[in-house]
Design a protein around this ligand. Structure first.
Ligand code: B12
Ligand code: SF4
Length: 452
């Protein structure tokens, strides 16, 4: 059979960055499984590069039997457009194949998926994809967990490596860096995160051996210099982390690697071992330097754990990136200052403030809706709190219209302080500009010397 796997294009405006283009690893697993069964696979990544393949008759020309689409909430408007175009073809009798939808959006907003979509897969696709293609499923909505992650074939790197994905990692000065995802599910329940409702609390993972085999394959066939573990929490299972590092060292595999992790499951001893095995960077979900906000987010970490993790990482030459959040309900300017001061004190390699936007099905989302704390909900169901526009100007130095077409009006006390600071910054730069214009060059040079 001819099977097409595809993704949806990113919207023109989005409160989440859509500029990082990496191979879609979930679809990758399914592509490899379907190929191994002898089917003919096609792949179009509209997120990487939008195409109007449906209009151009791709489905008819290639006799596609099944179109398998990855859905996420941010890109869902484009998915809807695709669905409607495909159904249009079917109604006119131009195409007779089936539509299969999967990906995070199927778990968080099932009700938004049109009834004419033939199969909707929630959660993992590995255990069900073959039976869907074989016509063994009679029900439309399917959910079946998959335990044996080690049995998943390697990613279709032959396809992915030829496409213009980002094969770098911002914290490693090497190339090519390949992304891997080696675990699923998270036992934590951070209120702003929707991973729990997509994957559940059960944590399943590739064994250290399975990860190392794919790394060896990437080194041998694609001259991989680095691996970036782009997943929720690479180090959740410490036993696996230790085994992974020890094997890399024992097998003398010279690869640099980076991972996303939490500050609470790292000890100095473990960081030392990770560094010895080639670990070069950590992406930490730090979120805040205010214990009050960390507790409100149910992050289950302490400021002390943040300090320890960053200081130990520095000691063993591991770069740290801290992902921060601002604009959650009840946050004050003082909370922001605590975060800012913590970052100044710890000096991570880099850090970035993300402005809170509620993702459907997360507990904070439900809390915001229940207590009517939002000022706007967009077409995808994302919720925006008052002052979103002030915070985009303050944290991103951008107008909120670059992210969402909406006029925010209400202000919290925190917003008013940020507005005052923005005003002060504007005045300062205005005075600077005027002084540069009116003062003679010699004085400006002298003042610059003094200040430098
Ligand atoms: C790594 C990652 C990225 C990477 C790589 C993305 C990628 N496409 O692989 C980058 C940085 C590029 C990225 C970008 C974005 N991401 Co992201 N990302 C993740 C992360 C941490 C892991 C993704 C992953 O590899 N999962 C493992 C694989 C195995 O799972 P999977 O991709 O979901 O696929 C499985 C199933 O969903 C299913 N399936 C998927 N598609 C299909 C299709 C069919 C037909 C079938 C049958 C089954 C099926 O089967 C697959 C195998 O089991 C997740 C969090 C998470 N734990 O999932 C967030 C996550 C998926 N991202 C999210 C978001 C919002 C985005 C962005 C929209 C914005 C952003 N910058 O964050 C973009 C969109 C990119 C895109 N095209 O999808 C959200 C999605 C929420 C939602 N409700 O949709 C998540 C859940 C994180 C969160 N904030 O909650 N992301
Ligand atoms: S933010 Fe990370 S640790 Fe918290 S629930 Fe989400 S995936 Fe788990």
């Amino acid at each position: 059979m001819n099977i097409l796997f595809t993704t949806s294009a990113a919207p023109e405006k989005s409160p989440f960055s859509t500029s990082e283009k990496r191979p879609p690893l979930g679809l990758g697993s399914l592509i490899s499984i379907v190929r191994n069964m002898g089917h003919n696979v096609f792949f179009i990544d509209n997120y990487l590069k939008p195409s109007n393949f449906i209009e151009q008759g791709f489905l008819q020309k290639n006799n596609i039997d099944f179109i398998c689409i990855y859905l996420n909430t941010i890109c869902y408007q484009d998915s809807l457009k695709m669905f409607k175009e495909i159904e249009g073809l079917r109604n006119k009798g131009f195409w007779r194949g089936k539509i299969v939808a999967g990906g995070p959006h199927t778990s968080v907003a099932l009700e938004t998926i049109p009834k004419f979509v033939d199969f909707v897969v929630q959660g993992e696709g590995e255990a069900v994809i073959i039976n869907i293609l074989n016509g063994k499923f009679k029900q439309r909505i399917i959910k079946k967990n998959f335990e044996d992650l080690d049995s998943i074939p390697f990613q279709p790197w032959d396809i992915f490596s030829k496409l213009p994905y980002d094969f770098t990692c911002p914290w490693m000065d090497i190339k090519p860096v390949f992304v891997m995802n080696t675990s699923r599910g998270c036992p934590f329940d951070c209120t702003f995160c929707s991973v729990g409702s997509i994957w559940g609390k059960q944590h399943t993972y590739f064994s250290a051996n399975r990860i190392i085999s794919e790394i060896e394959y990437l080194v041998k066939n694609y001259e991989a210099k680095g691996i970036y573990f782009r997943e929720d929490n690479f180090t959740l299972n410490s036993k696996r982390t230790i085994e992974f590092c020890e094997r890399l060292i024992k097998k003398n595999i010279k690869i640099s690697w980076a991972c996303e992790t939490r500050v609470d499951n790292l000890s100095e001893e473990l960081i030392k071992l990770m560094s010895e095995s080639g670990c070069k960077a950590f992406y930490f979900g730090v979120e805040s330097g205010s214990q009050r906000i960390l507790d409100f987010l149910n992050k289950k970490i302490t400021v002390e754990q943040i300090e320890n993790a960053i200081n130990w990482s520095k000691k063993y030459n591991i770069r740290t990136y801290c992902s921060l959040i601002s604009g959650v309900p009840g946050e004050t300017y003082k909370d922001y200052l605590l975060t800012k001061r913590l970052m100044h004190k710890l000096k991570p390699y880099s850090c970035f403030f993300n402005i809170f936007v509620g993702i459907p099905d997360s507990s904070l989302y439900k809390y915001v809706i229940k207590n009517n704390l939002y000022e706007h909900i967009d077409d995808n169901g994302l919720v925006y709190l008052s002052g979103f526009d002030v915070k985009t100007r303050f944290f991103y130095r951008m107008n909120s219209k670059s992210f969402i077409d909406f006029d925010f009006k209400k202000r919290t006390r925190y917003d008013r302080i940020l507005l005052f600071i923005l005003f002060f910054i504007k005045i300062k730069s205005f005075i600077k500009k005027v002084l540069i214009k009116i003062l003679p060059d010699t004085i400006i040079k002298k003042t610059k010397k003094i200040y430098n």
